[in-house]
Design a binder for this molecule. Structure first.
Ligand SMILES: Nc1ncnc2c1ncn2[C@@H]1O[C@H](COP(=O)(O)OP(=O)(O)OP(=O)(O)O)[C@@H](O)[C@H]1O
Length: 375
């Protein structure tokens, strides 16, 4: 196990014309599983490659277990990386693929290496494949071997670069659980890069969201989902993600009206009104999570037309005309017809307001546990 600290990491390419990673700072605790997620090109792989020692930072530092490894050779970093394309040696057998890394990075005797390979193969359930070559294996088997090859070295830190993207949906789900089980069992610090927010949310103890090379927010998956720091995060995490409605903000400390020209009207009172009016903002984007929008029994609430009812098992997604892709996630027994006019409500405690210009949350507060931990 080891801690990992990235401090103000920056990576430029093409003489500074491309800034792939822009001032990323991240602390990963001993044994923690952190997922790094963001859209294509946001700098995930470059960050991970710098951590592995495959790319050197333009500026900033990387520490593993308190030791500055920014300029330490990849082989001396005690990290193991698992890649999307498996990166197995095609002419070596599974046994040789697994033993090779051991030979390069440890001083073990041949007998010790063989013993370790055997133990790891057993743990990964790939003993039967030890004499096969990569082209004789299925995608799932190749990924198990790639994992086994990383584990056999008993690294302090595991780095995963989209390791499951080439597998079909079912196998991906199985392998997610398998990776989590192994990480738990071996108690290894893990940093896992993916563009798939669902994978990031389900696998990570903590999730770090990158956009344009800049770290947007880190936190426990539910914390980030419920309390996004900015509009990008709100729109990126969750399936379906947060709903947004453009609104004008008007009022004083007592009552604040959020309205728009499409007939949307919502009123904040008390603490929420004070907080919203205190920002002085007149144009904002209201954010509310799909599961916090409920169908009202009476004539109170917002009038909305049901565009489509989308059944998803135990829930129905009601696509409403309140904003672009506005979804209410309701129990499957709530089943209006397409085209029906209904009333919906949501609690003002579940409302987030984002600055229309910057996209930053106007009401965001540091979660209490973290505040306590930092104190
Ligand atoms: N060797 C390189 N030379 C020039 N530009 C690069 C190089 N490597 C990465 N980039 C650029 O840096 C940016 C970040 O790339 P990176 O591969 O880290 O993103 P990513 O989030 O991993 O994307 P993806 O999910 O598509 O792999 C991109 O604009 C990419 O084109």
């Amino acid at each position: 196990m080891a801690t990992v600290t990235l401090d103000n990491l920056r990576k430029e390419f093409d003489n500074g014309r491309i800034v792939a990673v822009d001032g990323v700072s991240l602390d990963v605790e001993d044994g923690e599983f952190v997922t790094v997620v963001g859209p294509s090109g946001c700098g995930k792989s470059t960050t991970l490659r710098m951590l592995a020692g495959l790319e050197s930072p333009t500026s900033g530092t990387i520490e593993i277990d308190g030791e500055d490894v920014t300029d330490v050779h990849a082989r001396r970093r005690d990290v193991a990386m698992v890649f999307q394309n498996y990166a197995l040696y095609p002419h070596k057998t599974v046994r040789q693929n697994m033993a090779f890394g051991l030979r390069m990075s440890t001083d073990l005797s041949k007998a010790e290496r063989e013993e370790r390979v055997r133990e790891t193969a057993e743990m990964m359930d790939i003993e039967e494949l030890l004499n096969d070559r990569p082209n004789e294996l299925s995608g799932g088997q190749k990924q198990r071997v790639a994992l086994g090859r990383a584990i056999v070295r008993e690294p302090n830190v595991f780095l995963f670069d989209e390791p499951l993207s080439n597998l079909d949906a079912k196998l991906r789900t199985t392998m997610r659980t398998e990776i989590q089980r192994l990480q738990n069992e071996l108690d290894i610090t893990a940093i896992y890069v993916t563009h798939d927010q669902e994978e990031a949310m389900t696998m990570g103890d903590r999730i770090a969201i990158l956009n344009d090379g800049v770290l947007q927010q880190t936190g426990a998956p539910t914390e980030v989902y419920r309390n996004p720091r900015n509009e990008f995060v709100g729109g990126f995490v969750g399936s379906p993600s947060m709903n947004f409605v453009d609104v004008a903000v008007e009022g004083d400390g007592g009552r604040v009206a959020l309205t728009n020209d499409d007939g949307f009207a919502y009123e904040l009172t008390g603490e929420a009104a004070r907080a919203a009016s205190g920002t002085g903002v007149t144009e904002a984007r209201l954010g509310v999570l799909p599961e916090n929008v409920t169908v009202a029994e009476d004539e109170d609430g917002l009038r909305a037309t049901v565009e489509v009812v989308e059944p998803v098992g135990s829930d129905n997604y009601l696509h409403l005309d309140l904003g672009p892709d506005f979804i209410a996630r309701v129990d499957s027994h709530v089943e209006p017809s397409n085209g029906d006019t209904i009333r919906v409500t949501f609690d003002q405690r579940d409302v987030t307001l984002f600055d229309a210009e910057s996209g930053e949350s106007l009401l965001w507060e540091e979660p209490t546990e973290r505040k306590k931990a930092a104190a």
